[in-house]
Design a protein around this ligand. Structure first.
Ligand SMILES: [Mg+2]
Length: 271
C-alpha cells in the first residue's frame, strides 16, 4: 500500500493571508523521505502552480482550476501515455472541464440577473486583485492567466447567492465557495479530477494499492474530501468547517499550514 497526498493550496498548505507554507515544512520533509507524492489540487491556474510547485520542491502531477485539468510531467510518462494526452509545455494534460470561453455568456447572463453582485476575476484590475487577495503583482498576473474558469467576487448577500445557485443548477452548473471567490463548475470538481488521477496512477502500478489522503479547508474541497480514503479538514480562522456527508474526517486543531503539518504527522504516525 502506498499513499498519495492530494492537497488544496490557499488556506490549507498555504497560509490564507501570507501564502507561506513554512509551518508545513516538517511534514513535507517527512513525505519526501517516504516518497509519498504531494499533488496540489487548487482553484489556482497552471501559471500560478508551476512556480509554487518548484518552491515546494514537488514533482508529482497537479490539478488546476478546481479540477478542470490534470497536468502530468511529460518526463514521467511513457511514449504510449504521452500519445493519449495533449501536450502543454512540459506537461501532458487531461482536460475535464469546458474552456474559459464557455463561461463568458453565462457570467454575462448571471450579471443581468444579479446586477452589481458578480465581479469576474478576469475583469478586475491588477491593483484591485492585489488589494483583494494580498498577492504581489507577478502572482496576481499569474492568477489572471485563466484557462478554464473565471472565479468571481460575490458582492451580494447569502439569499441572493442561494438564488444564483438555483439558477445555475438548472444549467447543471454548481456554485461553490473558495477562500475568497465563488467558483462556477461544470461537469467536474476537485473530486472527479482526484478520482481520474488516482485511477491513472493505479493502472500504472496495479500491484500497489494506492490510498488517497485529501486535505482542504473550503467548500470547494468537499467533493475531494468525500471521495478520499482519508480526509482532512484544515481549520480556517475565517469560517467554520464545511459540512461533509462522511463521518470519518480528521479536523485539525491548528489552522492553515500548521494544521496541514499536524494532520500529516498524525496520519503517518498511526498508519
Ligand atoms: Mg482553500
Amino acid at each position: 500500500m502506498s499513499y498519495l497526498v492530494f492537497s488544496d493550496l490557499d488556506g490549507t498548505l498555504l497560509d490564507h493571508d501570507s501564502y507561506s507554507f513554512a509551518a508545513a515544512r516538517p511534514a513535507l520533509q517527512l513525505l519526501a523521505q517516504r516518497h509519498i507524492p504531494v499533488i496540489p489540487v487548487s482553484s489556482k491556474t497552471r501559471a500560478e502552480i508551476v512556480p509554487l510547485r518548484t518552491a515546494l520542491d514537488l514533482h508529482a502531477p497537479f490539478i488546476v482550476e478546481n479540477g478542470a485539468a490534470v497536468l502530468l510531467p511529460v518526463l514521467d510518462l511513457s511514449a504510449a501515455e504521452q500519445a493519449t494526452l495533449p501536450r502543454l509545455g512540459d506537461y501532458c494534460v487531461k482536460i475535464l472541464a469546458p474552456q474559459l470561453s464557455y463561461w463568458q455568456p453565462i457570467l454575462e447572463a448571471m450579471d443581468r440577473l444579479f446586477p452589481g453582485c458578480l465581479w469576474p476575476m478576469s475583469q478586475l484590475s491588477i491593483d484591485r486583485l492585489m488589494q483583494f487577495t494580498g498577492l504581489d503583482r507577478p502572482s496576481a498576473q499569474r492568477a489572471q492567466q485563466r484557462e478554464y474558469s473565471d472565479p468571481c467576487l460575490w458582492l451580494g448577500d447569502q439569499a441572493q447567492l442561494n438564488e444564483l445557485s438555483q439558477h445555475c443548477l438548472a444549467l447543471a452548473i454548481s456554485v461553490v465557495r473558495g477562500g475568497r471567490f465563488i467558483h462556477f463548475l461544470k461537469d467536474t470538481n476537485k473530486g472527479n479530477a482526484v478520482l481520474w488521477l488516482q485511477a491513472f496512477l493505479q493502472q500504472r502500478d496495479p500491484a500497489t494499492a494506492l490510498q488517497s489522503i485529501a486535505l482542504g479547508d473550503g467548500a470547494n474541497d468537499s467533493a475531494m474530501l468525500e471521495i478520499a480514503d482519508l480526509a482532512v479538514q484544515v481549520r480556517s480562522a475565517s469560517h467554520q468547517f464545511p459540512q461533509l456527508a462522511r463521518e470519518s474526517v480528521y479536523r485539525t486543531e491548528q489552522t492553515g499550514p500548521a494544521g496541514w503539518n499536524e494532520a500529516i504527522w498524525y496520519l503517518l504516525q498511526t498508519d
